[in-house]
Design a protein around this ligand. Structure first.
Ligand SMILES: *Cc1c(COP(=O)(O)O)cnc(C)c1O
Length: 457
């Protein structure tokens, strides 16, 4: 029945919710390159990673072959409190754009943390609890991940220590307060509570911090405290596995109405929401069952895919983490102060990097004022105030819909709306005041970042 009337929202019954996560690596012919031990340059083993991550999460990280992982019942039950997330047919936006394209978005902002990050936070907290740990440490940039993790930890009664990039800590006091309300300890990074933090402060006094630096501090804190492990909200393959819940729900809902998306779009910071959204669709493409166009959208100020190098790099500034092969701008690259904090990471998921290198996925970069123009347009017509990160995907979805208007093609466009923008109102203020600027790094800026890439043969 291909012509069933499509409702504004496609609902799923509780019984239709995914009971397993999907691991797209199982269907990849060219597997993502392994994480390397920075000391020996040999692939990281289970034993190498155990001091840093929970055992079960290490197993997930290293598993390139198991296609499906059961979602433990406790996690399924937590998911039921805020999932399925809405899959919306953007009828109002389509009408405004006067396009023959059909636009759908999957909205992940309908939980208190305000983004998709809760999907992995609850899984990581669950495995930490199951292993009998006392607590976890992490970093947060814009604050979404720290918020999600603090919610997940309080649910399971785990201690949660968040290293928050100092400029965010100062600029987003309300984010910090949500985390504290959920029981987390929040430390501005760099701090003098770790060796690496003290070293960075000595070298760069007055620095406002970076994600790479906060990661180094959180890893040091986890590995030096008894009963603690480190958790990360993006980039890693385990995170993308948990985020496959987004794509699996979407696919089940679309299949009910025989809808086949032609183009699937997501913003890309470390790649977890985009990877999670496209996973089941990419699986079909990899198995030769179906074809889709996938588009990763990144900020022009931090263009890992579109101007980065595919190389082994450090994941953090302190160089304490394993090396990952990814599209990267170099761990020393400091992006300009963009308002899409969640997209400012220098590197990218090694799974998405391999898919992009194999030309199975495309990438585009967009400038910040064009992104906010789309954000405001979307907020006014679809009602949701989008996060700046999510608005990157909105921008490209609108652009693709406008192309359809020119050609008359009735394409079906699906995009991931990762979160809400209530804590980003300073950015909206800049846009409304007309004082927002676009910054694009020069080739020389990028060369400086590339110069710091480790030599790995
Ligand atoms: C963190 C974040 C992102 C980017 O992270 P990915 O791992 O690339 O998905 C995008 N949108 C929102 C709202 C975020 O919080």
């Amino acid at each position: 029945m291909p012509n069933k009337e499509i409702p504004y929202k496609i609902y799923l019954e509780e019984s239709e919710l995914p009971k397993q996560w999907y691991n797209v690596r199982a269907d990849m012919k060219n597997k993502p390159a392994p994480l390397l031990n920075p000391a020996t340059l040999k692939p990281m083993t289970f034993e190498d990673l155990r001091p840093v991550f929970c055992d079960e999460l290490v197993r997930q990280e290293l598993d390139d072959t198991t296609a499906y992982f059961d979602i433990p019942e406790e996690i399924q039950n937590f998911y039921k409190m805020y999932r399925p997330s809405p899959l919306v047919r953007a009828y109002c936006l389509e009408k405004q754009l006067d396009t023959p394209a059909k636009i759908y978005y999957k909205f992940e902002g309908n939980n208190t943390s305000g983004s998709h990050k809760l999907n992995s936070a609850i899984a990581q907290a669950y495995y930490a609890k199951k292993q009998g740990l006392k607590g976890v440490t992490t970093e947060t940039g814009a604050g979404q991940w720290g918020t999600a993790l603090s919610m997940a930890c309080s649910y399971f009664g785990l201690d949660c220590n968040v290293y928050m990039v100092k400029c965010s800590y100062e600029q987003k006091p309300f984010r910090r307060e949500v985390m504290r309300t959920y029981g987390a300890t929040v430390t501005p990074s760099p701090s003098n509570t770790t060796n690496v933090g003290r070293k960075i402060l000595e070298e760069f006094p007055g620095t406002s911090g970076s994600l790479g630096c906060a990661i180094s501090e959180a890893v040091e804190a986890a590995t030096t405290k008894e009963g603690y492990r480190y958790v990360l909200g993006s980039v890693l393959s385990q995170v993308m596995l948990h985020q496959s819940i987004i794509g699996l729900e979407t696919k089940t809902a679309l299949d009910k109405y025989d809808v086949h998306p032609d183009i699937i779009i997501g913003c890309a910071g470390g790649g977890s929401n985009l990877g999670g959204l496209i996973s089941p669709f990419m699986g079909e493409k990899l198995r030769g069952e179906n074809d889709y166009r996938f588009i990763a959208v990144e900020p022009a100020s931090c263009p890992s895919f579109t101007r980065g190098k595919y190389a082994y790099d450090f994941c953090d500034t302190g160089m304490v983490c394993p090396l990952a092969k990814m599209y990267t701008l170099g761990s020393g690259f400091i992006p300009s102060a963009s308002h899409a904090g969640g997209l400012r990471y220098h590197g990218m998921s090694s799974i998405l990097s391999q898919l992009y290198d194999d030309k199975l996925m495309e990438a585009v970069s967009v400038e910040q004022t064009a992104v906010f123009e789309a954000a405001v347009q979307f907020a006014r017509i679809e009602g949701i105030l989008p996060a700046p990160e999510s608005s990157h995907a909105i921008r490209v979805a609108i652009d693709e819909a406008l192309k359809c208007k020119e050609t008359g093609e009735e394409k079906t466009i699906l995009f991931g709306l990762t979160g809400t923008g209530y804590f980003d109102l300073t950015a909206y203020q800049r846009y409304n005041d007309g004082t927002m600027t676009d910054y694009i790094p020069t080739d020389e800026d990028l060369e400086k970042g590339f110069a710091g890439l480790p030599k790995v043969e």
